[in-house]
Design a protein around this ligand. Structure first.
Ligand SMILES: [Mn+2]
Length: 335
């Protein structure tokens, strides 16, 4: 566990120009954490720009109602200069520069103080000047909550409470994933006291299935195949499915819950084809380490939730490769 709140606070006090960023295809915790830290820094009178590689997914845009987040590929020349001149760059909800894709080289080249606030495995400490990381945390937003409590609780206004609640709610799968501790619930109770609206946030994020997503979901449900005595279920959505339904890659968010909601299923695999490759999401129950499985192919994640991106290959071939590797976790041989 690395928890350098004093160093983080010192970096905040000693500098004026900050850049916040997060990983490609940002989720609720990614957007929640950069929005919350942006608000905190601005309360401290700092100049802050949030620059991300990916546009904010539609379903999360309500969190950035003033359109503060700028997208690097939209204005690469201007933003590259800003990254170069920044005094501090903070990477939230990721611990590798490669997760910022088009921004990676510019961040590496910048002489800014580089800070990581994250809860994923695989941190290489030497890559950052300050790392605030702990894989026990349910969300990066939980870290930011703890940091703000450490600095001054009064910074947690209703906006920050909203961002942090959104991040914790999404990263815990609405408070049901393994790291949903009593501490997480206490934090969320406090965030509600400070102005987060749990009903509205849930509605805004989860009760908004678009027609294209619904149509993609129908195709996804039809793709299920069972293996290893029905303990493993695999699924896929093709590029054609995306094209014909009008759905986006982000729309597969939440699909893995359908895999894991099936009786006796211990591991679920979802393949989503996109123009340049195949995004694979792997989920498990109990102590089946899907992060180890993902790591064999260059991916990573948590014990029960991991991901990896494959080069463009037929989905059947990728599924067979993964099942072959997953064999060691199951008693039944590949059939
Ligand atoms: Mn996260």
């Amino acid at each position: 566990m690395i928890k350098s709140f004093n160093e983080l606070k010192k970096a905040v006090l000693e500098n004026s120009n900050f850049i916040l960023t997060t990983h490609v295809i940002p989720d609720g915790d990614a957007i929640g954490s950069v929005m919350a830290f942006d608000n905190y820094l601005k309360q401290n009178g700092k100049n802050v720009t949030i620059i991300n590689h990916s546009p904010t997914p539609k379903v999360l845009q309500f969190l950035d109602d003033k359109n503060l987040i700028v997208v690097f590929p939209d204005e690469p020349e201007r933003l590259a200069i800003q990254i170069e001149n920044a005094e501090v760059i903070i990477l939230c909800d990721a611990n590798e520069y490669s997760r910022t894709r088009s921004m990676e080289d510019y961040i590496r080249k910048s002489s800014a103080v580089k800070i990581c606030i994250d809860h994923h495995t695989g941190l290489i400490e030497s890559e950052f000047d300050i790392a605030v990381c702990n894989i026990q945390y349910a969300a990066t937003c939980q870290f930011i909550y703890d940091y703000l409590k450490f600095d001054n609780e009064n910074f947690i206004n209703h906006q920050i409470a909203t961002y942090l609640y959104a991040g914790i709610m999404t990263d815990t799968g609405s408070f049901r994933f393994p790291r949903t501790t009593s501490e997480v619930m206490r934090i969320c109770a406090d965030l509600i006291d400070k102005g987060a609206d749990p009903v509205l946030l849930h509605e805004n994020i989860y009760d908004r299935m678009s027609k294209p997503k619904l149509n993609l979901l129908q195709r996804f449900l039809k793709s299920f195949e069972f293996h290893f005595n029905d303990e493993v279920v695999t699924s896929h959505v093709s590029e054609r499915d995306f094209k014909e339904t009008g759905a986006e890659l982000n729309d597969v968010e939440g699909f893995t819950s359908y895999l894991m909601g099936i009786e006796n299923v211990k591991m679920g695999i979802l393949l989503a084809e996109f123009p340049k490759g195949v995004k694979v999401s792997i989920r498990s129950k109990g102590n089946i380490p899907v992060n180890e499985l993902a790591r064999e192919f260059g991916g990573g994640g948590h014990l029960n939730a991991a991901g990896v991106v494959f080069d463009k290959l037929p989905t059947g071939q990728i599924i067979n490769t993964l099942l072959k590797s997953a064999e060691k976790f199951f008693n039944n041989k590949l059939t």
